[in-house]
Design a binder for this molecule. Structure first.
Ligand SMILES: *[C@@H]1O[C@H](CO)[C@@H](O)[C@H](O)[C@H]1NC(C)=O
Ligand SMILES: *[C@@H]1O[C@H](CO)[C@@H](O)[C@H](O)[C@H]1NC(C)=O
Ligand SMILES: *[C@@H]1O[C@H](CO)[C@@H](O)[C@H](O)[C@H]1NC(C)=O
Length: 296
């Protein structure tokens, strides 16, 4: 399922040199993870890991509930057409998602009814369904919370509460965070971090990254789309989230017998998706970015 690119092999080489399994998330490196200074090679390698994660899509979202939906996915691309469908969300992307910029390009044509095209993903703890709709035709997204500029366009931000609706954890009640580009485009780069940061500034916090795709959603009418998808483009990057969906975060070892439950010096103490300690038993918790705060 996962395509191992030359970049990934490059990471393997780095990881092997550091005696770390190539695909192991950083938090599984054990105690070493919590005694890293900012200049420690492993901390630097973690930043390189972010860059190396720019790779082919490794996840296909193929959610259909009825009607005619012809969806065909490839690596980094998909085509779809629909006619009188029930709700569907189909596309390609990554699992787990990240804050890397995502570029998509191609066509999006809605002949009738409603449909959206854009970034779509989920987090857990809290359970959030999020969208950055680059093109919204006729969908009422919820309650308008504000707007901002990103990637040369204005996005309106909405929230919506879904009560007893389908989710990645089964039928649940959860929030949706939805950015909608006011001038629709079928091709563009979404600087995902801009949306995550803006949402966070409004108190709309995400949790642990689950899948993240460029997708098309609709539940009525007809239309078609063909999209190429990548996160190998330009844009600023940040360290990846330090927890992955379905894994239990490593807890911070106590420092010298302390049982405060706080992170030791150099340990992580906060950031979107972080479910570990949010205090420091040594040093002060300082934010590096929305995803990573460290005891320094
Ligand atoms: C990170 O990548 C840079 C640029 O490729 C390289 O010079 C450096 O040695 C790498 N550091 C680690 C710790 O892998
Ligand atoms: C709809 O998709 C199917 C399957 O991908 C394809 O064979 C068909 O030509 C498409 N129809 C239109 C009108 O694009
Ligand atoms: C979807 O595929 C079916 C079977 O190939 C075809 O009959 C139908 O016309 C396609 N739908 C659209 C909207 O092109």
């Amino acid at each position: 399922m996962v395509s191992f690119t030359a970049l990934t092999l490059g990471l393997s080489a780095i990881s092997a040199a550091l005696a770390v399994p190539a695909e192991a998330p950083v938090q599984k490196r054990g105690d070493m993870n919590f005694v890293l200074g900012p200049d420690h090679p492993l901390a630097l390698a973690k930043r390189n890991y972010t860059l190396a994660r720019r790779s082919n899509t490794n996840y296909v979202q193929n959610y259909k509930t009825g009607g005619t939906v012809n969806f065909s996915s490839g690596t980094n691309s998909f085509t779809i057409n629909w006619s009188n469908p029930q709700d569907f969300v189909c596309g390609v992307g990554w699992n787990p998602g990240s804050n890397l910029p995502i570029t998509h390009s191609g066509s999006f044509s809605v002949s009738s009814g409603v449909a959206s095209l854009g970034v779509y993903g989920w987090t857990t703890n809290p359970l959030i369904e999020y969208y950055v709709m680059d093109w919204n035709v006729g969908i009422s997204p919820g309650t308008l919370k504000g707007s901002f500029t990103s990637d040369g366009a204005t996005y309106n931000i909405y929230t919506n509460t879904r009560t007893n609706e389908p989710s990645i954890l089964g039928t649940s009640t959860f929030q949706q965070y939805i950015s909608v580009r006011t001038s629709g485009t079928a091709s563009g780069t979404v600087t995902v971090q801009n949306h995550f940061s803006k949402w966070a500034s409004m108190g709309l916090n995400l949790g642990t990254m689950n899948f993240q795709v460029i997708s098309v959603e609709s539940w009525q009418g007809s239309g078609s789309a063909s999209q190429s998808v990548s996160n190998t483009g330009g844009g600023n990057t940040n360290p990846p989230t330090t927890t992955k969906a379905g894994t239990t975060p490593t807890t911070t070892p106590s420092n010298g017998g302390g049982t405060t439950g706080c992170s030791a010096m150099w340990g992580q103490c906060g950031g979107i998706g972080w479910t570990g300690p949010k205090c420091c038993s040594a040093g002060t918790c300082k934010s590096s970015n929305a995803y990573y705060s460290q005891c320094l």
